[in-house]
Design a protein around this ligand. Structure first.
Ligand code: NAG
Ligand code: NAG
Ligand code: NAG
Ligand code: NAG
Ligand code: NAG
Ligand code: NAG
Length: 572
């Protein structure tokens, strides 16, 4: 780990309001750390009822009810705590880390609606805080969880290997847990997944990026431990290849999801860049490093998409910092800016500054030109050494933008420092879940990047993208026959649509027509992902024109792990 003093970065240029950001960071850091620890069982002040090592998402139990533990949130929280521990910043965290590992190991073995440990259960996104399965309907599976969890644990394992000069503890206590997650990622990375916002079931840039990272780190750890790394390396290469396909050269951003009917502009991509930051990898675009031309272009497109849709951003210059949310089409809880996404914008820029400073230059390409013109409108493509005035002007501008982004974060944080999930797009007051653990973790990681702290390298340097992408293992499916007893008039047909791509993601226009061969039973057999919670409805069309949906609620079932299933329904 190398540390660059923030004063060295700050020397790049005078920044308006910097001292107020300094004071915000000074007061908010301990509050964020305490807020995060308060949400971890068994002794966190707001986590009563949570088992040891369980991270609650938020103590909020109504609108929204977040008193659950998510594998993603917990792993990101412990990624931060493990970074603090292994870099020596906080040496008191060992007990927490051990609790986390034990709790996650229990969750791995807990059968749940996504399956058992060997049949897909590792893709389950959320559990009850007493480590039992959550069995309600949910967007599952979410395949980023095992990747993020193994990344957090691998950092700890690497530290243990260095710290204890023996591999026996890692091999006996940690490797079996890490291996389960790595095998899951290696065998399932190429299947559709709910995205990190739990809404879209396609492929997700964030998920592929964090899967790639975990496989790459996993291969290195496996080799160190004398284990077989062949599959991890092969699938890391395949995932890296697929990762390139998210880039949208026309729009200048990574399209966050491979379907779903949105612009694809999403905090997904900035979050992926900061969580796969590798200080050794320079501004590598294959892994979308924070200072890569593609990630910078994407960041600008993402930030700009919130300028006109949030009233609190009104009147801010078109090249200045603003509050940002998940994605511009968001309507959840009113569709507001989030603390953790606003923090991610600043973090990506601090990460970029760290690398430009370390390498003594920055490069402007056709792809990143629009990003850089925000800070120097006359800039042209080229490489600018740190001794040049172009470098000074641009880095000062980028730093000011990052600082101003944090100033916005500060402005909408209540005076007691509490961080909710969102803040109002119209007046900035905190909204949705209060004391969101991930908001606290995101504050700590951006503060750490601002201080110039760099995380350990994970092997992103100098990777070659394979020229031909392989699919990885073929996605398994099971055949499900849907039968519905429905009386129809001449001209009418019965169709089906539902919650997965194979059922057209609820789109009535492309719903699948069923066969009346055994009228009044209408039938269709659909190949669906195994062991997946699926919702669906039948619809009636007259000469292809939508006439009627079945009444609520949605029909729901879990597809079998293997083999086939037949569902016998009656039109409601
Ligand atoms: C191992 O880590 C502990 C706790 O951070 C530290 O006190 C100790 O000096 C380290 N030992 C080695 C050999 O690195
Ligand atoms: C699997 O990988 C192939 C090849 O990269 C890609 O075309 C396909 O879209 C991927 N499928 C999913 C669901 O990720
Ligand atoms: C290592 O794993 C690969 C891929 O799963 C397999 O083909 C190979 O036989 C394994 N090698 C050893 C020595 O077990
Ligand atoms: C902090 O302030 C916010 C906003 O005023 C309030 O909703 C919250 O309850 C306060 N938190 C604590 C722990 O006092
Ligand atoms: C599903 O149906 C297809 C088409 O009839 C068939 O080729 C395939 O073997 C079936 N798969 C299973 C697992 O039964
Ligand atoms: C539907 O009917 C078929 C044959 O009549 C039967 O094999 C199957 O088990 C039934 N499915 C359910 C879910 O009851």
């Amino acid at each position: 780990m190398r540390v660059f003093a923030v004063s060295a970065l700050a020397l790049c240029g005078a920044v308006l309001g910097q001292s107020s950001v300094d004071s915000y960071v000074a007061t908010e850091s301990p509050i964020a750390k305490a807020g995060l620890l308060a949400n971890i069982g068994p002794s966190g002040a707001l986590a009563s009822g949570a088992s040891a090592g369980v991270v609650i998402a938020s103590p909020s139990t109504v609108n929204p009810d977040y008193l659950y533990t998510w594998v993603r949130d917990s792993s990101l929280v412990f990624k931060e705590l493990i970074d603090e521990f292994t870099t020596g910043k906080d040496t008191t965290l060992l007990g927490q880390i051990k609790n986390f590992i034990a709790a996650e190991s229990t969750l791995q073995q807990t059968s749940n609606p996504s399956g058992s440990v060997s049949t897909g259960g590792l893709g389950e996104p959320k559990f009850n805080i007493d480590l039992t399965a959550f069995t309600g309907a949910w967007g599952r599976p979410q395949r980023d969880g095992p990747a993020l969890r193994s990344t957090a644990m691998i950092t700890y394992a690497n530290w243990l290997l260095t710290n204890t000069s023996s591999s026996s503890e890692v091999l006996s206590d940690l490797w079996p847990i890490i291996k389960l997650d790595l095998d899951y990622v290696a065998n399932n990375w190429n299947q559709s997944t709910f995205d990190l916002w739990e809404e879209l079931d396609y492929s997700s840039f964030w998920t592929t990026a964090v899967q790639h990272r975990s496989l790459r780190q996993g291969a290195t750890l496996a080799t160190k431990l004398g284990q077989n790394a062949t599959l991890y390396t092969a699938q890391a290469n395949n995932a890296l290849c697929f990762l390139q396909s998210y880039w949208n050269p026309t729009g200048g951003y990574m399209t966050s999801n491979t379907g779903g009917g949105r612009s694809g502009i999403d905090a997904n991509t900035a979050l992926a860049s900061i969580h796969t930051f590798d200080p050794e990898a320079g501004c590598d675009a294959a892994t979308f490093q924070p200072c890569s031309d593609k990630a910078l272009s994407s960041l600008k497109v993402y930030v700009d998409s919130f300028r006109s849709i949030y009233a609190i951003n009104d009147g801010i210059a078109s090249n200045a910092a603003v509050a940002t949310g998940r994605y511009p089409e968001d309507v959840y809880q009113g569709g507001n800016p989030w603390y953790l996404t606003t923090a991610a914008v600043a973090e990506q820029l601090y990460d970029a500054l760290i690398v430009w400073k370390a390498q003594g230059s920055l490069q402007v390409t056709e792809t990143s030109l629009a990003f850089f013109k925000q800070f120097l409108s006359s800039v042209t493509t080229g490489t600018y050494k740190s001794s040049s005035s172009t470098f000074s002007t641009i880095t000062a501008g980028v730093l000011a933008f990052a600082e101003d982004t944090l100033a916005i974060h500060a402005k909408y944080t209540p005076t007691n420092g509490s961080l909710a999930e969102q803040f109002s797009k119209s007046n900035g007051t905190p909204l949705s879940a209060f004391d969101l653990t991930w908001s606290y973790a995101a504050a700590l990681t951006v503060f750490s990047a601002r201080a110039g702290t760099v995380p350990a390298s994970w092997g992103a340097k100098g990777l070659t993208v394979p020229s031909v992408c392989e699919l990885g293992p073929p996605a398994p499916t099971v055949n499900v026959t849907f039968n519905v007893d429905a009386t129809t008039q001449l001209g009418e047909d019965i169709y089906i649509c539902g919650s997965i791509p194979q059922l057209q993601n609820w789109d009535p226009d492309t719903a699948l027509i069923m066969s009346p061969a055994n009228y009044p039973i209408w039938s269709i057999t659909v190949a669906v992902p195994p062991d997946t919670d699926i919702q669906y409805k039948y619809i009636r069309k007259n000469n292809g024109v939508l006439e009627e949906w079945e009444s609520d609620p949605n029909n729901e079932f879990t597809s079998p792990v293997s083999g086939t299933a037949t569902l016998n329904d009656t039109w409601r």
